[in-house]
Design a protein around this ligand. Structure first.
Ligand SMILES: Nc1c(NC[C@H](O)[C@H](O)[C@H](O)CO)[nH]c(=O)[nH]c1=O
Ligand SMILES: CC(=O)[C@@H](O)COP(=O)(O)O
Length: 190
């Protein structure tokens, strides 16, 4: 479904887990700043609307979308966050640079999701024109920042639930004798 058929700001509020205990990092590209600020405002608004305390939101700026990769990596490595939202806006220029920036950021953020345990949400507009970016950062098609914040909450919840399942599995294996205690991490031995 194309964005033109789906408002990016619309979501089922009944499907969102309680996010009051989650912490979020937001990394914002300074290229096309009027657009990325609009995306960030939409993301923060959605997080606050879903009970995320303001002091649970950490924001860093980076020069451009390509730097979202490194900025997101350092955010998840050094800050106690449950998800990171990477915000950028790449607009087609006269050269092929657009293609390389978009592909690089896409692959880099994908790699972070594969190689680390913290979800990194891809909130990067890759548009042909500034008007398309305006339309998707609080304009007629809604705000991709809102969509990204909701995705971040849902992925933080999945990560939390998966960690509980892992602990249950470990405890079950321990109680059943299938897992010898000396092989367990210290925190599971008590
Ligand atoms: N043209 C856009 C860029 N280009 C800059 C790169 O993202 C990067 O900062 C530079 O190549 C230095 O490494 N960035 C955007 O976010 N949006 C653009 O439209
Ligand atoms: C995505 C870009 O880097 C692009 O906006 C730069 O513009 P140009 O391709 O005209 O150099």
């Amino acid at each position: 479904m194309a964005t033109v058929n789906k408002n990016l700001s619309e979501y089922d509020k009944n499907s969102i887990p309680n996010a009051k205990d989650f912490r979020f990092g937001i990394v914002v590209s300074e290229w096309n700043e009027t657009i990325t600020e609009g995306l960030c405002k939409g993301a923060v608004k959605a997080l606050l609307e879903n009970q995320v305390p303001a002091h649970h939101i950490i924001r860093w700026n980076v020069p451009g979308s390509f730097e979202l990769i490194y900025g997101s990596k350092k955010m998840l490595q050094t800050q106690n966050v449950d998800a990171v939202i990477a915000i950028g806006c790449v607009i087609q220029g006269q050269t092929k640079h657009f293609d390389f920036v978009c592909e690089g950021v896409t692959q880099g953020i994908k790699d972070l999701n594969v190689q680390t345990d913290i979800p990194v949400i891809f909130c990067v507009l890759t548009d042909n024109t500034m008007q398309q970016s305006i339309d998707r950062s609080g304009g007629i098609h809604g705000n991709k920042g809102t969509e990204a914040a909701i995705a971040a909450i849902k992925m933080a919840y999945i990560r939390q639930q998966a960690s509980f399942t892992h602990q249950i599995d470990d405890q079950h294996l321990l109680s059943s004798g299938a897992l010898q205690i000396e092989n367990l991490p210290l925190e599971l031995k008590e």
